[in-house]
Design a protein around this ligand. Structure first.
Ligand code: KIV
Ligand code: ZN
Length: 513
């Protein structure tokens, strides 16, 4: 029997992670990620900041409606209107949490809030009491706790616990703390606050000095029992503590930690890939746990050691965090049932028969071009099929590209734009540039291309290419994705997906009467 205490994993990819410049996600994307987090058995999913925008409110509401096994959390400043909005967004949650915060460091109180410490304390207590009118599950964060004065921090925390907060989250908002000192801070708070036993202590560390994971782990050693983190370490500025690193450090070093998580770690890699593909943020090859080289052994000495005994150079098993042998699953003779069953085994289900049919048609198409279809191919194909359904206004009908040495590449695209077939033709510095210009000839989106990336999904020259595109129009940033064995077609799909998101956000901002 496992006698260890539980370490609660609070994922904030959809809230703090979304604050990475360029990582904004729409409701469908947030839902897709929330489902993957639930499948991974994350305890709490912070789905957004409902007061921030109508889109954020709708996303939190949609996640709260659908997710049943994880607690869904909404962020709110310590203000009545924020808390009411969060309470409203979480109304239908099976298990909902309101996370309210106010800054407690001298610099934030004086320069940002222009409030006296006693006013801050009073506002914190009022906010917690208001949040308790919506749910028993209230979390409070003294923002910039890492630079706050200990005595004042103790006073605020004691008061908010008395007011009903059940989780106390200590943020190192600016990533200023170092491990030994941050661990001591958590230990001192737990020891000094008389009612500390009535709340779970949590930490939320930023990575400005590259110490977010180290600080979080030091806090856990000193009594924290919730860690706030994000997939791939996404987040404001240099990001947050990365979920995969925190979870695997605690699991691998059970000799050091008095607690463990109940996360299904085999879902880590699929989740990491999904977040990277949705946000357009590539994972660096040498990233711990989820980087392409995390389990690759280049040196002859290491390879020899691993062949003799895996433990010589590996402290974790790649398969335990979701790296599979990427096994060949199907070919062109596989039927619809086998396709559905294999996807179910991968944790992917369809919300409608239309989605399943669309994905199966694509599978057949792909099987004609590529003999061996791997799990990663299936996952990319399903995402591509659901994107095609989302692309309601602008659709790719066909594409022709001519590329020849010494000649300027030319592209001809046929699109369905608002239900009408239109054609665009343009030259460009390369085939992809020509395709984007041909699309723009008809759409005139006035956007700026911020990012273009291509990634091969499996190995071999017949692999599908996964393309990410980031577009900016007057500060509105969207990411588009597309996958195909032809990377020029994948590029067109990604560009069209991003344009559809921009058009959809225009329609939401200016709904037709
Ligand atoms: O970094 C921070 O302080 C935050 C709080 C809202 C918890 O994100
Ligand atoms: Zn933060």
């Amino acid at each position: 029997m496992n006698t260890k205490e539980k370490l609660i994993i609070f994922d904030t990819t959809l809230r703090d992670g979304e604050q990475s410049p360029g990582a904004s996600m729409n409701r469908e994307e947030k839902l897709r990620i929330a489902r993957a987090l639930e499948r991974m058995k994350v305890d709490v999913i912070e789905a957004g900041f409902p007061i921030a925008s109508p889109g954020d409110f709708e996303s939190v509401q949609a996640v709260a409606r659908e997710i049943k096994d994880s607690t869904v959390c909404g962020l709110a400043r310590a203000l009545d209107r924020d808390i009411d909005r969060a309470g409203e967004a979480l109304k239908e949650a099976n298990s909902g949490r309101i996370h309210t915060f106010i800054a407690t460091s001298p610099i934030h109180m004086q320069m940002k809030l222009r409030m006296e410490p006693d006013q801050v304390l009073e506002q914190a207590v009022t906010a917690v009491k208001r949040a308790r009118q919506y749910t028993d599950n209230v979390e409070f964060s003294p923002e910039d706790a890492g630079r706050s004065e200990l005595d004042f921090l103790c006073r605020v925390i004691e008061a908010v616990i008395k007011a009903g907060a059940r989780t106390i989250n200590i943020p190192d908002t600016v990533g200023y703390n170092v491990p030994g000192q941050f661990g001591d801070l958590i230990g001192s708070l737990i020891e000094r606050i008389p009612n500390a036993d009535q709340a779970v202590f949590s930490v939320h560390c930023h990575n400005d000095l590259g110490l977010a994971v180290a600080n979080s782990l030091s806090a856990v050693i000193n009594g924290a029992r919730q860690v706030e983190c994000t997939i791939n370490g996404l987040g404001e500025r240099a990001g947050n503590a990365s979920l995969e690193e925190v979870v695997m450090a605690v699991r691998t070093r059970q000799d050091v930690f008095a607690c463990d998580t109940t996360l299904d770690a085999t879902q880590i890699l699929p989740c990491s890939r999904l977040v990277s593909s949705v946000t357009g943020f590539a994972v660096q090859p040498n990233k711990a746990i989820v980087g392409a080289n995390a389990f690759a052994h280049e040196s002859g000495i290491h390879q020899d050691g691993v062949l003799k005994s895996r433990e010589t150079y590996e402290i974790m098993r790649a398969e335990d965090v979701g790296w599979s042998a990427n096994r060949m699953v199907m070919g062109k003779h596989s039927g619809r049932n086998a396709f559905r069953t294999r996807l179910q085994e991968l944790g992917i289900s369809f919300s409608s028969e239309e989605e399943l049919n669309e994905a199966f048609a694509r599978f057949k198409d792909l099987a004609d071009k590529k003999h061996e279809i791997y799990d990663d191919d299936l996952q990319a194909l399903v995402i591509d099929a659901s994107l095609a359904i989302e692309n309601e206004i602008l659709k790719l009908v066909s594409l022709k590209v001519c590329s020849e040495t010494g000649e300027k590449p030319q592209a001809k695209v046929t699109l369905l734009f608002h239900g009408e077939e239109v054609m665009g033709e343009a030259g460009g510095s390369g085939p992809v540039d020509a395709v984007f210009k041909a699309i723009e000839q008809r759409v005139a989106s006035e956007t700026q291309l911020l990012l273009y990336s291509v990634n091969s999904i499996t190995s071999g020259t017949d692999s599908q290419g996964e393309v990410g595109v980031r577009l900016d129009r007057q500060g509105k940033v969207v990411n588009g994705q597309g996958a195909d064995t032809d990377i020029v077609i994948a590029s067109a799909k990604a560009y069209i997906n991003a344009l559809n998101k921009l058009i959809a956000s225009d329609d939401r901002a200016h709904p037709q009467a």
